[in-house]
Design a binder for this molecule. Structure first.
Ligand code: PGA
Length: 254
């Protein structure tokens, strides 16, 4: 079991082969900070080139289809991600749930397909500002996990959950450390209930939503935060490298 903070960059629909130099620069930062585990989820087109360009950074996909192959124009399956050199998949990101009308049940199918293909999985969850203002955030997020977490044999191994409040993604707004801590503790409770005490307490819970070099240390200090899922600030080594260094400084201070 890896207890290191897990810092994951989600490049979304950004990145061309010209970005390989950024990935190489990030890899050099990682080589100086072995106490932090770092991963990148570039667009599918860059999984193989980045895998070939870096030594230490893990590389994965932002999504996969639940089926291994078939008539699904434009989709990519989990075995294809593995074949391209990816070793994990993000499923259930709010931009997929909204833009591609993905249900919790579909997210579970994808997560289980990724595990079947031997990949690690990051299941995303998070509430809208409307749900939070109605005081229903925790119930909503636990409901998403209730229907979306993978349940197949060994599903908790190599699993992470990313809590990403939709209102914090790309907005510069972040929850307070107390709000993050409360939600992460509720998620931990759900994981223990789902997978049992031992397996459920080892799943890393990441925070995502406007993480940057300035706020990373504070957000990572919240209870039950085992890492971060970073969007915009993961695109350049200047900002992503600084987040990696902030996580490393916390580990080295312990
Ligand atoms: P952001 O995105 O860091 O740009 O807010 C996070 C995410 O959507 O994973």
């Amino acid at each position: 079991m890896d207890n290191r903070p897990f810092i994951v960059g989600n490049w979304k629909m950004n990145g061309l082969r010209a970005s390989l130099s950024e990935a190489r620069a990030m890899d050099r930062v990682v080589s100086r900070h072995p106490k932090v585990e770092v991963a990148l989820a570039p667009p599918f087109t860059l999984i193989h080139p980045i895998r070939a360009a870096v030594d230490l950074i893990r590389v994965g996909a932002q999504d996969c289809h639940p089926e291994a192959s078939g008539a699904h124009t434009g989709d990519i399956s989990a075995p294809m991600v593995a074949d391209a050199g990816g070793d994990f998949v993000i499923v259930g990101h709010s931009e997929r749930r909204e833009g591609h009308v993905e249900s919790d049940g579909f997210v579970r199918e994808k997560a289980e397909a990724a595990r079947d293909a031997g990949l690690g999985v990051i299941v995303c969850c998070g509430e809208s500002d409307k749900i939070r203002s109605e005081g229903k955030a925790e119930k909503f997020v636990i409901g998403q996990l209730d229907k979306g977490l993978p349940l197949t044999e060994g599903a908790a191994e190599r699993l992470s959950v990313a809590y990403e409040p939709i209102w914090a993604i790309g907005t510069g707004k972040v929850p307070t450390v107390d709000e993050i801590g409360e939600m992460h503790q509720a998620i931990r409770g759900k994981l223990v209930k789902t997978y049992g005490e031992e397996a459920g307490s080892q799943v890393r819970i990441l925070y995502g939503g406007s993480v940057n070099a300035e706020n990373a240390a504070e957000l990572l200090s919240a209870p039950e935060v085992g890492g971060a899922l970073v969007g915009g600030a993961s695109l350049s080594n200047e900002s992503f490298g600084a987040i990696i260094m902030a996580a490393a400084a916390m580990e080295e201070a312990e």
